[in-house]
Every structure is written in structure tokens, then in C-alpha cells.
Design a protein around this ligand. Structure first.
Ligand code: KG4
Ligand code: ZN
Length: 353
């Protein structure tokens, strides 16, 4: 079966993953390759922007060749090109954006500079990998929750127009998972490991509070972060230094992490619940790296089912940063009749959606 037109090349280089994907016009993911730079950044304890840019440059030829080979297509077959234009690290974004524009220019094809959040927002409608299904029909109107290392936001999406309903006043949820994990000695990204450890703890043994937003609808995670760091300090005074790279965690550490996770996820559900009571949510699309969280994936379906909400949880493969979601966002723009962006579209570290 030949792929449906237009064949789309997606590129994502906003942080420390070099990603390339090929989608067909029905939204089938023909290939998605994500090359992690973790090893290059590990010695520095975080992402070094300069190294990220250099790594993107050196990884791109292999990553793109691999994506095209897996999809069974040639670069000349590509009919539409999409790259993330922001937000993110400017030097890193510039690599993917420049490559995308160059490919589009050389092939004389339209180019879309996609907002990273636009990619996440629509990712729950992508089919899981290793299926030959097209992407799910996307409702014209839905509520999108994006929980990641950079965002904790709820959006209303209407025919491609996006407005913000709630966002964090301070830290993003993923960032706080990472910081608590870092304090316990874990290497970046700490979120998945903290989640794994929390599975073995009892959240009732150490409760953390979920802040009250009053009449407003906003997230706040800095208080929870401070509470968790303080509790770790108290534990260390009794038990000695905690470093989970070299130690097996004791039950008290597992309980602390479980209590932290319960409050972090609890706040997400609390805000969704407030919103739903104010104005019912018919369709809820949940995306972003933290959408991989085990507790969130267990609790949300039950919460949504009780309220008759049509929940679309992003397939695990597309929760973290990837290029399939960028190509998919461009496909949706194409379906809305948008022609593409000028080659003058610039990389930007911060841009409103
Ligand atoms: O969407 P993403 O890949 O990158 C951003 O756009 O930020 O999200 C990465 C974030 C990191 O903070 C990572 O620790 C967090 O998602 N994360 C998790 C889990 N998996 C990834 N946080 C909690 N539980 C997880 N299972
Ligand atoms: Zn992201």
C-alpha cells in the first residue's frame, strides 16, 4: 500500500532529543526516530545548550536517514516539511528549523514552523506505534491538558485556535519531579525513576498538601517542591545522606516519594475537576512527558469515566518529545487549508501559543 498524500517530514530539536518522523496524509506514523543526548550531557548534571546544538548537528544525518529508511521512502518523496520553531533552546531549535527550511526549499515544498505545545496538544489523537491505523478523527473542540518538564497547562482548542484556561504560576510539574529526584541523587531525567520508586511506597504514610487556588484556576508546584525537599532534609538528619545511585531506598524514602507523587497528580485532578464543575468537559486530551506517569494514567480514566468525559490519553510512545507530533500538527494545519510559513520564520525560546 502506498502512503497517502501528503507525505510529511517532521523535525524536533527543541531540547536534548534529536527527532525525525515520517507521517502520511492519513496520519499514519510510518517512522519515528528519537536520538537521546543523555550520555553527552550527563557529566554536567543537566542539559548544556551549546552541547545540545552540536549534538543535533552531528546526529541529524543518521537520524533522518534512519527515519526515511524505516518509512521506506526517499527525501524527494516528502511533500510537506515541519520543524519545531519554539519554545526551547534557541541554538538547538535553530538546527532543526534550518534543516527543515533547507529541505523544503530544495524540494520546493511547503514548510511549517510548529509550536512545541501544538505538537503535544494534538498528540493524543495519533495512533500508537506499530499499528497501521490512521490518526483518530479529531473533534473540532476539546480541552487539552499538557503536563511536561516545561508546562502544566489546560487549553481550550476550537478549530485550531488555542486559548489558555489554566497554567502554572511557578514550576512545571515535570520540573518538580526532576528536582525532587535530583535531591535524592538520581540522574536526569528523574521523573520516570521517581514514578517507579513511588509505586513501592505508601502515599498515606506521608501526606503532602494540594494548594487551593481559590476562585482562580491555576497550578502551583513550588510549594510542593519545598515541602518535599524539607522532608528529605529531615529524613537525612535521622538516616544520614541519601544518594539513590549508590543506595537501595529505605521504606521511608519510598513513602515520601509516593506521598509527593500523590499530591502532584492530585493537584492535576483537582484542577480538572474544578474546571469540569464550572463548565463540563466533553473531550479531554492529555499529553506531555508527565502523561507517562503511572498514577496519572491509573487515576484519570476512572475520574473521566465517572463524569462521562471522553478521555484521550496520549499513547506512551508519543508522551515525551518526538517528531511524529510535530508532523501531525502540520498535517492538521494542512487539512485546515493553511499554506505554510515563510522561510523567514525564526526560532524563538519563548512564544505564546
Ligand atoms: O514533554 P517532555 O518530554 O519534554 C518537555 O517538553 O518538557 O517532558 C519531559 C518531562 C521531564 O520533566 C520528565 O522527568 C517528565 O516529563 N516525566 C515524568 C515521567 N516520565 C517523564 N514525570 C513523572 N512521571 C513519569 N513517568
Ligand atoms: Zn515537550
Amino acid at each position: 500500500m502506498s502512503p497517502a498524500s501528503p507525505l510529511i517530514l517532521g523535525i524536533e530539536t527543541s531540547c536534548d532529543d534529536t527527532a525525525c518522523a515520517v507521517l502520511d496524509g492519513d496520519g499514519r506514523v510510518l517512522a519515528s526516530v528519537v536520538s537521546s543526548q543523555l550520555a553527552a550531557h550527563r557529566p554536567y548534571g543537566g542539559v548544556v545548550p551549546e552541547i545540545a546544538s552540536r549534538e543535533h548537528l552531528s546526529n541529524w544525518p543518521l537520524v533522518s536517514a534512519e527515519a526515511l529508511a524505516r518509512a521506506g521512502v526517499r527525501m524527494e518523496d516528502v511533500e510537506l516539511v515541519a520543524a519545531t520553531r519554539g519554545p526551547g533552546l534557541v541554538g538547538a531549535l535553530l538546527v532543526g528549523l534550518s534543516v527543515g527550511k533547507a529541505v523544503a526549499f530544495a524540494l520546493n515544498r511547503p514548510f511549517h514552523g510548529v509550536h512545541h505545545l501544538e505538537g503535544h496538544l494534538y498528540s493524543p489523537f495519533l495512533p500508537p506505534p506499530s499499528t497501521s491505523e490512521p490518526s483518530a478523527p479529531r473533534p473540532d473542540s476539546f480541552v487539552g491538558l499538557v503536563v511536561s518538564g516545561g508546562h502544566t497547562s489546560i487549553f481550550q482548542v476550537e478549530n485550531g485556535r488555542v486559548s489558555t484556561l489554566a497554567e502554572t504560576r511557578d514550576d512545571a510539574i515535570g520540573e518538580v519531579f526532576d528536582k525532587v529526584g535530583k535531591r535524592l541523587g538520581l540522574p536526569y531525567p528523574q521523573g520516570p525513576k521517581v514514578d517507579e520508586l513511588a509505586e513501592r511506597g505508601d502515599p498515606a504514610a506521608r501526606r503532602f498538601t494540594v494548594p487551593f487556588p481559590g476562585d482562580d484556576l491555576f497550578f502551583s508546584y513550588s510549594g510542593l517542591k519545598s515541602q518535599a525537599l524539607l522532608e528529605i532534609e529531615k529524613l537525612e538528619r535521622r538516616l544520614g545522606p541519601i544518594d539513590l545511585v549508590s543506595q537501595e531506598p529505605v521504606q521511608e524514602v519510598l513513602d515520601l516519594v509516593a506521598g509527593f507523587r500523590a499530591a502532584a497528580v492530585g493537584q492535576v485532578i483537582d484542577r480538572l475537576d474544578r474546571l469540569h464543575r464550572r463548565r463540563p468537559i466533553p473531550v479531554l486530551a492529555v499529553s506531555g512527558g508527565v502523561a507517562a506517569n503511572r498514577l496519572l494514567r491509573r487515576e484519570l480514566p476512572a475520574w473521566a469515566a465517572e463524569r462521562g468525559i471522553d478521555l484521550r490519553l496520549v499513547p506512551l510512545a508519543w508522551s515525551g518529545d518526538n517528531a511524529a507530533m510535530i508532523a501531525h500538527a502540520a498535517l492538521l494545519r494542512h487539512r485546515r487549508g493553511e499554506a505554510g510559513d515563510p522561510f523567514s520564520a525564526e526560532a524563538e525560546s519563548r512564544i505564546p501559543i
